[in-house]
Design a protein around this ligand. Structure first.
Ligand code: PLP
Length: 458
């Protein structure tokens, strides 16, 4: 007999009752504690914070909810998700975990780091508004502001945000956001977030910090007065060169709602599989970033002592001009509680080192073209050591004048120190640096491609 269309879609009441009774009759099992103690260590928080077993099956990992839509019980009655451009249970699980990591409400996750930044700018800025931005900042952020937002009437001033007075001076009556990146990509220039936050708070302007390089494990801008943190989860948070993604955290509930609305309107949400991989990567973030930092310090010290290396930029070196700020600012690191006896005294400075090779561009290119273990590629913050030429890769769209003013020279090399043995990374750099004299005498000029055009560098 065919079911008439107006028959109820639910199972019969009697079946529901039997089923529920059967479940209640099961012997009680130990239930995972949902709440972590307030003083849980950062490793515990990264693994357990904001996470709970899947409510349907008890699966310890939130499954990949690979679905566009969600059946509704009746018009206007649903279980919290309606369409995966608005929200998705796997993405929500990542947002809960990231919220726990930074002691905020659930974060908002995006398809890429740049999608997070775009959504933030469009949620906070409109035609006629002005934003103050760090002059050293990820190249894609510069391109977004110059190419997309400026023609829409949103003006940006690229300011040396390591200079608190310069930030104060750049703020106008139209400024609706101060956006800083620290340590900055690629020169690692730092921003005194506490000092800038005092100014922005007084003026009622939100302060956003791109905290991609240090993550909440090593630096906690919201605890120093910033209002918003932004992440490319593509980097350390996922950490395995497997996904692109982004997230935003804030304690401002109204802004969170607005970000979710803008994400739905722009279509910039993260995909569930990427969220699932990021949930997995996040568990080892503290463990990884401590090791990245230790190896980076070793590599930085090695490069500093090498006669063919002319400049090394690493906030953990006492010679770094803002080393004191790095020490002071990173006191917001949460100590690992486990077996690390020296956890309270060891400060971590992240896994990125930048350097220049004596002899200029040709010498730098020789190193980048001759590494074998280190991989010449874009991206940073993942298990593999990556070596990058910012001028032809990540910062090719930053105007030359801005690059020259801010120290993003044609010979600058960015090294994302991975999790291979530090001695192997150093041995690889050593053999590449050994090639410098031979190669530069035979190669008089080097062709570097910038934005698809071949450009001759003397
Ligand atoms: N912020 C920083 C500091 C970055 O280095 C990057 C990318 O390199 C981004 C944002 C953009 O992130 P994504 O590549 O995930 O869009």
């Amino acid at each position: 007999m065919s079911r008439s269309s107006n028959q109820p879609r639910r199972l019969s009441k009697s079946f529901e009752t039997r089923s529920a009774a059967a479940h209640r009759a099961e012997p009680s099992r130990p239930v995972l504690k949902r709440k972590l103690s307030a003083d849980a260590g950062i490793d515990t928080v990264a693994i357990r914070g904001g996470r709970k077993p899947d409510p349907t099956t008890g699966a310890i990992l939130t499954p990949i909810y690979q679905t566009t839509t969600y059946a509704q019980d009746a018009v206007g009655v649903h279980k919290g998700h309606t369409y995966s451009r608005a929200s998705n249970p796997t993405v929500s699980a990542l947002e809960d975990a990231l919220g726990a990591l930074e002691n905020t409400p659930s974060a908002v996750c995006f398809s890429t780091g740049l999608a997070a930044i775009t959504t933030l700018f469009l949620a906070l800025l409109k035609a006629g508004d002005h934003v103050v931005v760090s002059d050293v900042v990820y190249g894609g952020t510069v391109r977004l502001l110059n190419l997309v937002l400026e023609p829409l009437g949103i003006a940006a001033s690229f300011v040396d945000t390591s200079d608190v007075k310069a930030v104060e001076d750049a703020i106008t009556s139209r400024t609706k956001l101060v956006f800083v990146e620290t340590p900055a990509n690629p020169t690692l220039k730092l921003v005194d977030v506490e000092a800038i936050a005092k100014i922005t708070k007084k003026l009622g302007i939100p302060l956003a910090v791109d905290n991609t390089f240090l993550t909440p494990v090593l630096f906690r801008p919201l605890d120093l007065g910033a209002d918003i943190t932004v992440y490319s989860t593509t980097k350390y948070i996922e950490g395995h060169n497997a996904t692109v993604g982004g997230s935003i955290s804030t304690r401002d509930a109204k802004l969170l709602d607005r970000l979710r609305l803008f994400r739905k309107s722009l279509g910039s949400i993260q995909a569930p599989f990427d969220a699932w991989l990021t949930l997995k990567g996040l568990k080892t973030l503290p463990l990884r970033i401590r090791q990245h930092s230790r190896s980076a310090l070793e590599v930085a010290r090695y490069l500093q002592s090498h006669p063919k290396v002319s400049k090394v930029f690493y906030p953990g070196l006492s010679e770094f001009p803002q080393h004191e700020l790095a020490l002071r600012q990173n006191r917001s690191q949460l100590p690992a509680k486990r077996s690390l006896k020296n956890a309270d005294s060891e400060t971590f400075f992240g896994g990125i080192v930048a350097f220049e090779v004596a002899g200029g561009v040709d010498s730098g290119v020789t190193v980048m073209n001759n590494v074998q273990l280190c991989t010449l590629a874009e991206n940073l913050g993942a298990t593999e050591t990556l070596i990058t030429h910012p001028v032809s890769m990540t910062h090719g769209d930053v105007p030359r004048e801005q690059r020259e003013r801010t120290g993003i020279t044609d010979g600058l090399i960015r090294l994302s120190v991975g999790l291979e043995d530090a001695v192997d990374i150093i041995a690889d750099l050593e053999q590449a640096l050994d090639q410098v004299v031979t190669k530069t005498t035979t190669t008089r000029t080097t062709t570097i491609k910038t934005r698809g055009r071949a450009r001759q560098l003397a």
